[in-house]
Design a binder for this molecule. Structure first.
Ligand code: KIV
Length: 282
């Protein structure tokens, strides 16, 4: 049995080795991610966009997140599974946050939760941590605040906003977060944060100096083509491969090539003769 990665191991990896995290939302994908030795699987609320086809992440519900988290935890033998708290599952109050964070562990088998925001959500983070649930923070571009941010834009580009981000990062560390996602911020600001906190930073569009990197699975394998942010590296174009295979199937069916003998079942000749006689006499 594979040894599971734990929250303390993630914390202690700082300055020792680079961490990897990928999103997954279903059993087969999580199996692949886990088998490849990725440290953390985030069941991200990006589910809303890359799997459920919504415009942004705001509409995904707790029930949908739990449903997909269950599929992922069934597959993950080694990776630490983190459930992403959806919009309005923690913003209302610390009590609401603890209840919903608890559901990820109790009902879906996740080992930690992630939530977006800085000092405005400190009471929620402290309450969840006090309940014994590990929390991963998320700063910079926080897609649940897209209405306030005015779109998917790079953050912390002025001295004032960068300073605020650094303060937020320290506050999240003090509140007990075990790691911190930094999204779409200048590489040098991510470096300053990484050097100024003792918890690992996991970057997405935050340059090379973070303690680890995360990508959305569908971006990495070319399964989401509505838009591709500058920070995404597409390692394979699965959409193109899948479409090639599907067109091939259609062509082979239309030309009576598929199914061939090797895909068909047989019946013994004598039995067949009996069936033929019976069917012609009825
Ligand atoms: O939901 C998500 O996929 C995320 C990652 C971009 C970190 O929050």
């Amino acid at each position: 049995m594979e040894k599971k990665i734990t929250v303390p191991e993630i914390r202690q990896s700082k300055n020792k080795r680079k961490l990897t995290m990928l999103t997954a939302y279903d059993y087969p994908t999580a199996l692949s991610v886990d088998r490849c030795g990725i440290d953390m699987i985030l069941v991200g609320d990006s589910l809303a966009m890359v799997v459920l086809g919504h415009e942004d992440t705001l509409s995904v519900t707790m029930e949908e997140m739990l449903h997909h988290t269950r599929a992922v935890t069934r597959a993950a033998k080694r990776a630490l599974v983190i459930g992403d708290m959806p919009f309005m599952s923690y913003q209302v109050s610390a009590e609401q946050a603890v209840r919903n964070a608890g559901r990820f562990l109790k009902e879906a088998g996740a080992k930690a939760v992630k939530l977006e925001g800085g000092t405005s959500v400190l009471p929620q983070i402290k309450a969840i941590v006090n309940a014994g649930i590990p929390v991963q923070g998320h700063l910079g571009l926080t897609p649940q605040s897209i209405a306030q941010l005015g779109g998917f834009k790079v953050q912390a580009k002025t001295a004032k906003t960068a300073q605020k981000l650094i303060e937020d990062a320290k506050a999240l560390e003090d509140a007990g977060c075990f790691s911190l996602v930094l999204e779409a911020i200048p590489a040098e600001i991510a470096r300053l944060i990484t050097e100024n906190v003792t918890i690992p930073t996991i970057g997405i569009g935050a340059g090379p100096y973070c303690d680890g990197q995360v990508l959305v699975f569908h971006d990495l394998v070319g399964l989401f083509d509505r838009f591709t942010p500058k920070f995404v590296k597409q390692y394979v174009n699965l959409n193109a491969e899948i479409e090639k295979a599907l067109k091939h199937f259609k062509q082979e069916v239309e030309q009576s090539i598929f199914p061939g003998k090797e895909h068909s079942f047989t019946i013994n000749e004598q039995e067949l003769e009996i069936v033929k006689k019976q069917s012609s006499s009825t």
